[in-house]
Design a protein around this ligand. Structure first.
Ligand SMILES: NC(=O)c1ccc[n+]([C@@H]2O[C@H](COP(=O)([O-])OP(=O)(O)OC[C@H]3O[C@@H](n4cnc5c(N)ncnc54)[C@H](OP(=O)(O)O)[C@@H]3O)[C@@H](O)[C@H]2O)c1
Length: 253
């Protein structure tokens, strides 16, 4: 019996994750999409929107809970499935000085942005074969320490470093790993970030379009790019971030 080719997308209820679901739904190598996030009503809406192209399954999970990823393992071992895409888009950031935020706010960021992404990749890899793609949403924040966004930026440095390293390990197996490093993108991300502090004006002025960035992400990953930085401004930032960080954080901190 032919295995079902499945794409798994976390953060599928909103922003880039939701947009990537819409794009993957039309791809030939995807028979089914597993949509993961906390808001079940949103997941149902996205699933309903793409069901004319692809089968869907929704899995409402709080990825801050360390046991959540075991539910994904259960879905994968239920029937014969081969994972062609894993998109780790779930993530969030809280703005504010390190000791002004609660300890839970800080550690939840690490749990979702780093631990869940790592556990998801580990759990899904045995179901991937040659030609499969892992997409990990890092951020341009990965390039430089950010005062008042310290844990978020550090969590994204982890995602970039982790993705590049395992990308190299998996190259021989024909599995691509793409770390995506966008600057500010117009999604619900900043509504959440601004609950604890104000977004800097320069970030508001350089908001990129979510659909355009998401199209670029899928294209870059399909080509097997190790790192994808969507806009020219952020590409320039990446090069600029090679200057001494002590100097740069005085301007951008
Ligand atoms: N927008 C930007 O400017 C920007 C820039 C660089 C990188 N990024 C990164 O890109 C990724 C996608 O962000 P976005 O801009 O698309 O933001 P978004 O619209 O706020 O989407 C974030 C997604 O993550 C999910 N999520 C958050 N906490 C979760 C939890 N505890 N358990 C399960 N799912 C959770 C949300 O779903 P529920 O709320 O339904 O759980 C939502 O689907 C994130 O990793 C973000 O850090 C964003």
């Amino acid at each position: 019996m032919k295995k079902t080719r499945i794409a798994i997308v976390t953060g599928a209820s909103s922003g880039m994750g939701r947009e990537i679901v819409r794009l993957l739904a039309k791809r030939e190598e995807v028979d089914q999409i597993l949509l993961i996030a906390r808001r079940e009503d949103r997941l149902r809406d996205v699933a309903a929107e793409v069901m004319c192209h692809v089968k869907t399954e929704i899995l409402p999970l709080d990825l801050a809970d360390p046991s959540a990823v075991s539910a994904v393992a259960a879905v994968l071992s239920k029937e014969k499935k081969r994972v062609t895409w894993l998109v780790n888009a779930a993530g969030f950031g809280h703005i504010g000085c390190f000791d002004e935020l609660t300890l839970k706010e800080q550690t939840d960021m690490l749990d979702v942005n780093c631990r869940a992404l790592t556990a998801m990749t580990y759990t899904v890899l045995p179901f991937m074969r040659k030609g499969a793609h892992v997409v990990n949403l890092a951020s341009a924040a990965a390039f430089l320490p950010q005062p008042r966004f310290a844990v978020y930026a550090a969590s994204k440095s982890y995602v970039l470093s982790f993705s590049r390293a395992i990308g190299r390990e998996l190259r021989g197996r024909g599995i691509s790993v793409t770390a995506v490093c966008p600057g500010p993108v117009e999604t619900e991300f900043f509504d959440i970030a601004e609950r604890t502090g104000e977004v800097k004006l320069y970030k508001k002025l350089m908001m990129a379009n979510c659909e355009k960035v998401s199209r670029g992400i899928v294209r870059a990953s399909a080509k097997g790019k190790a790192v994808y930085v969507p806009t020219l401004t952020m590409k320039t930032m990446r090069v600029g971030a090679k200057l001494p960080h002590g100097l740069l954080i005085r301007f951008f901190g």
